[in-house]
Design a protein around this ligand. Sequence first.
Ligand code: UT7
Length: 334
Amino acid sequence: MKQNGQSIGIIGTGMAVPKLKFKNNDFVKLGLETSDEWIASRTGINQRFIAKEEATSDLAYQAAENAIIDAGIEKSDIDCIIVATTTPDYPLFPSVACLVQNGLGLDNIPAFDISAACTGFIYAMEVAEKMMSSGQYKNILVIGADTLSKSCNWKDRSTVVLFGDGAGAVVLGEVKSGYGILSSKLGARGSGFDKLIIPKGGSRTPLTKDNVEDDDRYIQMDGKAVYRFAVNTIVRVVEEALAKIGMKKEDISFLIPHQANIRIIDYAREKLGLSREQVYVNIDTYGNTSAATIPIALNEVCSKKLIRNGDILVTVGFGAGLTYGTNVIKWFSK
Ligand code: UT7
């Protein structure tokens, strides 16, 4: 999209994960009734990083600093910070974006969080790009950061093995005309709000001394329902975003899907007619880092130089809400 005649795209990427590496067998060592074989074969995950010492903003800040360095700009060139997260450092406020802003020493610019669960980064990209299209912002820092391991029941094998912690960040700025973010499509199916939920601890049912030990204060997921939602949604939303700009799935050069389950990724790859080389997978290393999966993947894809200028890069995600979305980007890097 145009910003004062210029196009808006990714000019820098960064990422950060916690120090503690946690392998599938480490759950077995903790006494969980699971196995490396079950987790790897059903999800594609071999390990993840767990935030013991770190809070979400610590990871978000590190990723942001790396993205700013990568962009080759000064911190003071950033004029807005948007963080996609559902696991802020503090229960209600302040936002993670304000904490990152404080770390960067950037008082006076807008900073706010977006809550769209695992799809949050894609939502944040759309919001940032539309803000920049107004011509009022030049460089927006967009971060996806989550520490869902802290909201998992570590006795529930059906959820705890899936999630890892991490953060990824991009700087959006001006790129060569005709390149950058070409199209986005966001959506939600609120009728499925209860399929992935933390039932207690919010304003509906605050925690009290009588329910503070309940399992409902942790993530509860109908895994099969979320799985069905994902496979029924992600291919359609990608095709809709491409159709908006007169493109088809055959135009996709490279796909970065949300990393929730290798079987969902494989399904999308086959339906979109892509080869394994055209789809980025790192779920084996990080698990599902929620809003961070896509910006972490973006950082790795850039570091490994897997995409070239002019490539059509598509990101697609889904998550609690139930939310979904996609960004279509014509890649340009200096
Ligand atoms: O960002 C969005 C987040 N969420 C998702 O994307 C989740 C989407 N859903 C999924 O990825 C899959 O549904 C799961 C990985 C969560 C589950 O895979 P599944 O193939 O749907 O397994 P299932 O829930 O049908 O469970 C099969 C069996 C059950 O045992 P029984 O009833 O057949 O005896 C489970 O109790 O596997 C059992 N099971 C486990 N066994 C060993 C569930 N979790 C585990 C585990 N280790 N960790």
